[in-house]
Design a protein around this ligand. Structure first.
Ligand SMILES: [Zn+2]
Length: 408
């Protein structure tokens, strides 16, 4: 009878320098204690250890390396067991036997996550990890090259059955597609099959609100949000920004794209900065020369709490709308008393950036480039609710036809 169980081991280096397999440590809540090894009743953390899924095939013990992340390892174990069950049930699992040189889904997930751990804000890492755990639960294929449109559509169905909100389904779906793109699998799902959600149009900030906000800001807050406003940068891009990415001579910032697994296919995007922002950055740098990141956290690493900083600042500036209820900690706070107002979002700076440029004569292609949108459609949708009756837009429209529409 075919053996349909797989086992998870942890492969670690012993004190004498040799490598051995052991059982991973399971916590009381049933989850693995990360990189912990149980030897003769004693548990010990082994940062060098790796998880391995093991199973029997034709009487031989086989191993698959599934990386260092405990949750990813458990997902890989589940996937292997599903595949073994399929074989036991007489179903064909493609690729068994001649799988040398093929990339397993688990290995690809573990590489993608370890890249995210190195280069991304902790929040990005944990949200990707969550998505790929879900994908691991939904996907029954062993190898990347077995993935088909159907598998990704099944994932969409899986998410819906879990009861996620439309927006969340979309986000998970999008993350899995980025993961696939990073592995060279492009556009596996046609656009019309993507999950949909009703997007609330992002509002821009009004100049009066921003003036009040900047009035009570300290130097760091002021520079930080002037930078968000003046560069249109995304949260993650601003968090990862390093001093050499600021070109003081040509007065621009270079946002380095994190898309793509290798540095070779990474593109960077220059965005011109206002003189005032450049001057403020220069001044700030002279007091903070030793930092690697432009806006580091207290330990000098990547700051993951810009939104918190903004909400606190808005609260101090008495700019909360006063209508948000059941939000924040344990969903029991309101924005009358707490720094939790939903009106204050980082993304609104990006929208304000785009809209301000539009109304001051920048053309939509330029704005697309500065925002780093791959397609012009995205930029058009982004600016769709812009007021077409404003003075600058009227001027642009009139100027465009000034020669062809001459009065009779
Ligand atoms: Zn509010």
């Amino acid at each position: 009878m075919a053996n349909r169980t797989a086992t998870l081991y942890i492969h670690y280096k012993k004190a004498d320098g040799t490598w051995a397999y052991a059982k991973p440590v399971v916590k009381a809540n049933g989850r693995l204690k990360p990189l912990s090894v149980l030897v003769e009743g004693n548990e010990k953390h082994h940062p060098e250890a790796r998880y391995k899924v093991s199973w029997y095939k034709s009487g031989q013990k086989r191993f698959e390396d599934v990386g260092q992340d405990a949750d990813v390892a458990v997902a890989a174990l589940n996937r292997r067991e599903k595949a073994l069950e399929a074989i036991a049930a007489g179903l064909e699992v493609k690729g068994e036997g001649k799988d040398k040189g093929r990339v397993s889904v688990s290995a690809a997930i573990s590489v993608y996550l370890s890249d995210a751990k190195d280069g991304k804000a902790p929040k990005t890492y944990s949200s990707r990890k969550r998505t790929l755990e879900l994908f691991g639960q939904s996907c029954s294929k062993i190898f990347l090259d077995q993935l088909e449109t159907r598998d990704i559509l099944d994932f969409r169905g899986f998410l819906k059955r879990q009861g996620f909100a439309d927006r969340t389904v979309f986000n998970h779906f999008e993350t899995v597609n980025s993961f696939l793109r990073a592995n060279g699998i492009k556009d596996i799902v046609p656009k019309h099959e993507w999950p949909r959600f009703d997007e609330k149009p992002v509002k821009k900030y009004q100049p009066e609100e921003l003036a009040k906000l900047f009035k009570v800001a300290n130097e760091r807050e002021s520079l930080l949000f002037q930078f968000f406003l003046g560069s249109g940068g995304r949260e993650g891009e601003v968090a990862r920004l390093k001093w050499p990415d600021i070109d003081f001579k040509d007065k621009k910032v270079l946002f380095v794209s994190q898309q793509g697994a290798s540095t070779k296919n990474r593109k960077s995007r220059p965005v011109p900065l206002p003189d005032r922002v450049i001057a403020a950055l220069k001044k700030y740098q002279s007091g903070n020369r030793h930092t690697e990141y432009v806006f580091p956290n207290g330990q000098g690493g990547i700051e993951g709490h810009f939104l918190r900083v903004l909400k606190n600042l808005a609260h101090r500036a008495k700019l909360n709308c006063g209508h948000c209820k059941g939000v924040g900690e344990k969903k029991q706070q309101n924005c009358k008393e707490h720094a939790v107002c939903g009106e204050w979002e980082l993304h609104r700076f990006r929208k304000t950036f785009a809209s301000t440029h539009l109304h001051n004569g920048a053309n939509i292609r330029q704005i697309q480039k500065w925002l780093g949108h791959h397609s012009l459609d995205v930029t058009l949708a982004y600016l769709a609710d812009e007021d077409d009756t404003s003075e600058p837009v009227r001027k642009q429209v009139n100027a465009a036809f000034s020669r062809s529409l001459s009065p009779r």
